[in-house]
Ligand binder design. Structure first.
Ligand code: ZN
Length: 74
């Protein structure tokens, strides 16, 4: 996959988390749980965490991953 920002070849791998991960419209200072429309709780698993197959561009720092495909295995 080519980086949508700079166009260079991206490196494949796994984005891993071992706790809670959210994509929120604004920064939440206490809880990551959704508050606003558009907030998304991506991972809520403090025991097993989650693994997402993804691609990284180390030149510009962009990571692309499919948040609907969690706990993928190699
Ligand atoms: Zn890039």
């Amino acid at each position: 996959m080519n980086c949508p920002k700079c166009g260079k070849e991206m490196q494949s791998g796994y984005l891993q988390t071992n706790k809670i991960m959210a994509f929120n419209q604004h920064i939440h200072k206490l809880s990551l749980l959704p508050k606003d429309e558009g907030d998304l709780l991506i991972v809520n698993n403090t025991v097993r965490g989650a693994n997402f197959k993804g691609f990284i561009c180390k030149d510009c720092g962009l990571i692309v991953f499919d948040y609907t495909q969690s706990n993928v295995k190699e």
